[in-house]
Design a protein around this ligand. Structure first.
Ligand code: PMP
Length: 460
C-alpha cells in the first residue's frame, strides 16, 4: 500500500481495518451513495476542509448541532475557558444549572430536566420514566421516526435504518420488540383503534415532534395535540422527541410551531384540550396540550456530546435519588458540554432564527428551480426552518412514501454536488442543515453548483 497516509482514501482504508465499515455511525460510510467519505481535517463557519485539502460548503452541520456554524469563536472560547477550569468533575457545577434553566425558560412544557450525553440516552431514559410512571410496558412509535439506537425504538426507524433499508436491528430481544408497536405516521385511525383495543397496556406514545429522519414530514394539522389527547384519555403519556427539531425548527423547537399558544398551524388542538388524565396538571404555560416528556440533543450541546430529557416535574421527580427510576452518567452535565451549549444559546436570538428561516427558504427555491429546470421530479417539505428534498413527485406523509423515491437520482445529485464542493447528507432520508454562517456568499456557492447537479440527477 503506497497511498499517501493523509488522503481520505488511505484513512478510510486504515479505518476499515479496525472500525466496522470504517465509521462510528453508519450513514457516514456513504453506503447508499457509494464512494469514499471525505475525512474532515477542519471546519470553520459553513465550510469543511477534508484531509485531501478539498473545501466543501457543509449542509450537514454534524447532523444539527452546528447551528451557529463550525468553530464559532464565541463557542470555542467558552469551551477553551471551561477546559482551563477542568474537564470533568463528576460533581454538580454551575453550567449545568444555567443550561437547564435556559431550557426550562425557552420550552413551556419543561418543568424539570436531566442532562445526558446523547439523544439516544435521552429517549431511553424518557421511556423508562414513562414505563415507571404508568406501570405499563408497551410503547407506540411511528414508522420512519428515529429516536436513536435504543433497543425498543429501532423498529422501522428512519435515519441510517432507512438509508440501509433495514427493518430494525438484530440483537433486539423478542420481548423488547413485542413491547413496541409501530404505526404509520399521521394515521389517526390507526392510533384510535390501537388505543381502543390495547389502551390499558400502553405506557407512552413517542413521536418526533416533526419527523425529520425519513426526510422532513410536516405533521398533519393538530396531530401532536391529538396524540396527547388520545394518550391522556387512556392514562398513557406523550413523549415528543425534539432531539433534531429542538431549537432549530423554531426558537422553541417544533412545540413553538404547533404548541397551543403559538400562532402556528396547530394552535387549537382538535377535539379539545388534551390535559393529563389524573396524572398531574398540564405544564406551566400550556393551557391546551403539552407533551408529558420531551427529549433534546444536538443544538443544546453546540457540537459536544449532550442530550436532555424533561417535562412534568411529577414525572421527573421519579428519578433517583428522589424516586425509584435509576438513571445516571459519569460525564452527564459535563462542564465543556454545558459551556458549548450555553454559548450556542447566547447566539440564538430572534435575528438568528430569522436568518436561518431566510437561508432555508432561499435554498429551497434554488433547489426547486434547478431540479425543475432539469426535469427531475422532487418535493421539498419543511418543518419550521428545517427542510429536505424527496426525489419523487407526490408529497411524503408516511415512511412508505419516503421509501418510494428515486434514490439513484439522489445519489447522482449528491455526487455532483460533492464534486462541486457542496457536502449534503449522504442519504435521501435526511434533513438538510443550514447555520447562521450560511451567508449570501455561501448560498451563492451552492447556487453555482446546483444546475449541473440537477442535470446529473436527470441523467438516469
Ligand atoms: N432522536 C432524534 C429525533 C434524532 O434525530 C436523533 C439523532 N439523529 C436521536 C434521537 C439520537 O440522538 P444521538 O444520535 O445523539 O444518540
Amino acid at each position: 500500500m503506497t497511498l499517501d497516509e493523509s488522503t481520505s482514501e488511505s484513512l478510510f482504508d486504515r479505518a476499515k481495518q479496525v472500525i466496522p465499515a470504517g465509521v462510528n455511525s453508519p450513514v457516514r460510510a456513504f453506503g447508499s451513495v457509494g464512494g469514499t467519505p471525505p475525512f474532515i481535517a477542519s471546519a470553520s463557519g459553513a465550510l469543511l476542509t477534508d484531509a485531501d485539502g478539498h473545501e466543501y460548503v457543509d449542509l450537514v452541520g454534524s447532523w444539527g448541532p452546528m447551528i451557529l456554524g463550525h468553530a464559532n469563536p464565541r463557542v470555542v472560547e467558552a469551551v477553551r475557558e471551561a477546559a482551563g477550569r477542568g474537564l470533568s468533575f463528576g460533581a454538580p457545577q454551575t453550567g449545568e444549572v444555567s443550561i437547564v434553566e435556559e431550557l426550562v425558560r425557552r420550552v413551556r412544557p419543561l418543568q424539570k430536566v436531566r442532562l445526558v450525553n446523547s439523544g439516544t440516552e435521552a429517549t431511553m431514559s424518557a421511556l423508562r420514566v414513562a414505563r415507571a410512571a404508568t406501570g405499563r410496558d408497551v410503547v407506540v412509535k411511528f414508522a420512519g421516526c428515529y429516536h436513536g439506537h435504543v433497543d425498543a425504538l429501532l423498529a422501522e426507524a428512519g435515519s441510517g435504518v432507512a438509508t440501509f433499508a433495514m427493518p430494525g436491528s438484530a440483537g433486539v430481544t423478542e420481548g423488547t420488540a413485542r413491547d413496541t408497536i409501530v404505526l404509520p405516521y399521521g394515521d389517526r385511525d390507526a392510533v384510535t383503534s390501537l388505543f381502543a383495543e390495547r389502551g390499558g397496556e400502553i405506557a407512552a406514545i413517542i413521536t418526533e415532534a416533526a419527523p425529520a429522519n425519513m426526510g422532513v414530514v410536516t405533521p398533519p394539522e393538530h396531530f401532536n395535540a391529538f396524540l396527547a389527547e388520545t394518550a391522556h384519555a387512556a392514562g398513557a403519556l406523550l413523549i415528543t422527541d425534539e432531539v433534531l427539531t429542538g431549537f432549530r425548527a423554531s426558537a422553541e423547537g417544533y412545540y413553538g410551531i404547533d404548541g397551543p399558544t403559538a400562532g402556528g398551524a396547530g394552535s387549537t388542538p382538535a377535539g379539545g384540550a388534551g390535559t393529563a388524565d389524573g396524572a398531574g396538571s398540564a405544564p406551566a404555560g400550556g393551557s391546551d396540550w403539552a407533551p408529558d416528556l420531551m427529549t433534546f440533543g444536538k443544538v443544546i450541546g453546540g457540537g459536544l456530546p449532550v442530550g436532555a430529557f424533561g417535562g412534568r416535574a411529577d414525572l421527573m421527580d421519579l428519578l433517583a435519588p428522589l424516586g425509584p427510576v435509576y438513571q445516571a452518567g459519569t460525564l452527564s452535565g459535563n462542564p465543556l458540554a454545558t459551556a458549548a451549549g450555553l454559548a450556542t444559546f447566547a447566539g440564538l436570538d430572534d435575528a438568528a432564527y430569522a436568518q436561518l428561516a431566510r437561508t432555508s427558504s432561499t435554498l429551497q427555491s434554488l433547489v426547486a428551480d434547478a431540479l425543475s429546470t432539469a426535469g427531475v421530479p422532487h418535493v421539498i417539505q419543511t418543518a419550521g426552518t428545517l427542510f429536505s428534498v424527496f426525489f419523487r413527485e407526490q408529497p411524503v406523509t408516511t415512511y412508505d412514501d419516503a421509501k418510494d423515491q428515486d434514490t439513484a437520482a439522489f445519489g447522482r445529485f449528491f455526487h455532483a454536488l460533492l464534486e462541486g464542493g457542496v457536502y449534503l447528507p449522504p442519504s435521501a432520508f435526511e434533513a438538510w442543515f443550514v447555520s447562521t454562517a450560511h451567508d449570501e456568499q455561501i448560498v451563492d456557492r451552492i447556487a453555482q453548483v446546483l444546475p449541473a447537479a440537477a442535470r446529473a440527477a436527470a441523467q438516469g
